[in-house]
Design a protein around this ligand. Structure first.
Ligand code: PHB
Length: 402
């Protein structure tokens, strides 16, 4: 670090804003190819390692973690399922993802566990992650010396990272997307009229795999975190106040929505965390401006029903890292210039799948009775047609990156 006119300046090849899945995977992918990076993150290490997000990994994400030597704890502690259960009209239907996709499985490993593994390995490799930064802004993006300017802490000194490229991996509310001028950018968005109320409960698993239920009272999902901790969700009004939801009310909705004709029962336990999240689909096109490339939630959002969020962020940075590696090897920029177009082709397919799972599985009073019946027909089709089940399975376990 050098001091220029009172401002401390760090120099690196790729400056990364945000230590979520996109930023951390990118730093690891670049390091493996001998490319230096520095990550700045406005939260603390404890915060990023404790933020609870969806927990399903696509098969290639699991393979990538293993290839990078980051998968040891995941292979010990994750839950590997051969498929999922779709439940509607009181009947359960197993979708055999493993059989339908030539051996690809559903891996349940919470996002914050992935983050913990990636942060620890990055710091062990001598990588730099500057936590707790204050106000952050991006500069000189149309030159070949772009800069990240940030405050150390809330009221601290201003520092700068001078780099060749900036990766904006700073989530939906970070400054990166806003640095692509609105005049050259199209934002595509759909807001759903429902949200998810999610709980963590101390209880043993009630079922060996995830259950996605469409019930007349609304959607419900049963997932897991560990042999002792389960994650469950119910569809609710996104504007509802969590204070309206006593534990008894939550359990009674879960029992009703997950009930089967077959006598299966849900095991209750103490609820130790609960909250409501809104649901939206969002895509920003293009995902680049000059020497800034945005990835993950900074560029797109999916509703959690397809379990795609983390995987989509990792796929972006795999594409981005290839462009950066090509540049540092050959001096060419062509592959990097293709980043947005290449990433968006896969992103739109994941957006389609997440929207499809969401509309098929939720109850939406704003829809016509005709549309609501179409979703039930869709479910009936998926569980009785090999072709339709295969299409669902190949999307769920993850489409190829190329
Ligand atoms: C979760 O375990 O949090 C989870 C699982 C599957 C989803 C969404 C969330 O589709």
């Amino acid at each position: 670090m050098v001091n220029r006119g009172g401002t401390c300046v760090r120099r690196t090849q790729v400056g990364i804003v945000g230590a979520g899945p996109a930023g951390l995977f990118l730093a690891h992918l670049l390091h493996r190819q001998g490319i230096e990076s520095v990550i700045v993150e406005n939260r603390s290490r404890a915060e990023i390692e404790g933020t609870i997000r969806a927990g399903v990994l696509e098969q290639w994400t699991v393979d990538l973690m293993n290839e990078m030597g980051l998968g040891a704890r995941m292979m010990r502690e994750a839950h590997f399922h051969s498929g999922i259960t779709l439940r509607f009209n009181g009947d359960s239907h197993h979708i055999d993802m493993e059989g339908l996709t030539g051996g690809k499985r559903v891996t349940v490993y919470a996002q914050h566990e992935v983050i913990r593994d990636l942060v620890a390995a990055r710091l062990e490799d001598g990588g730099e992650i500057v936590f707790n930064v204050g106000e952050t802004s991006l500069h000189d993006l149309d030159t070949d010396r772009p800069k990240i300017r940030y405050r150390c802490g809330k009221d601290g000194e201003v520092e700068e990272i001078h780099c060749d490229f900036i990766a904006g991996c700073d989530g939906f509310h970070g400054p990166s997307r806003a640095a692509i001028p609105a005049a050259v950018r199209t934002d595509y968005q759909k807001v759903y009229p429902f949200g998810w109320l999610g709980i963590l409960t101390e209880a043993p698993p009630s079922h060996p795999e995830l259950i996605y239920a469409n019930h007349e009272r609304g959607f419900a999902l049963l997932s897991t975190r560990s042999p002792e901790i389960q994650r469950l969700y119910i569809q609710c009004d996104p504007k509802d106040d969590i204070a309206h939801w006593s534990d008894d009310r939550i359990w009674s909705e879960l029992h009703a929505r997950l009930a089967t004709k077959g006598g299966w029962s849900l095991t209750e336990g103490p609820i130790f965390q609960k909250g409501i999240i809104a649901m939206r689909s969002f895509v920003c096109d293009p995902m680049q401006r000059g020497r800034l490339f945005i990835a993950g939630d900074a560029a797109h959002i999916v509703p959690p029903t397809g379990a795609k969020g983390l995987n989509l962020a990792v796929a972006d940075v795999v594409v981005l890292s290839r462009g950066l590696v090509d540049h540092y090897r050959s001096g060419r920029l062509e592959r990097l210039e293709q980043y947005s177009a290449t990433a968006l082709r896969r992103i739109w397919k994941a957006e389609r799948f997440s929207w499809y799972m969401t509309t098929m599985l939720h109850r939406n009073e704003a829809e016509t009775p005709f549309e609501q019946r179409i979703h039930l027909a869709d479910l009936d089709y998926v569980v009785h047609s090999h072709a339709a089940a295969t299409a669902l399975a190949e999307n769920y376990v993850g489409l190829p990156i190329d």
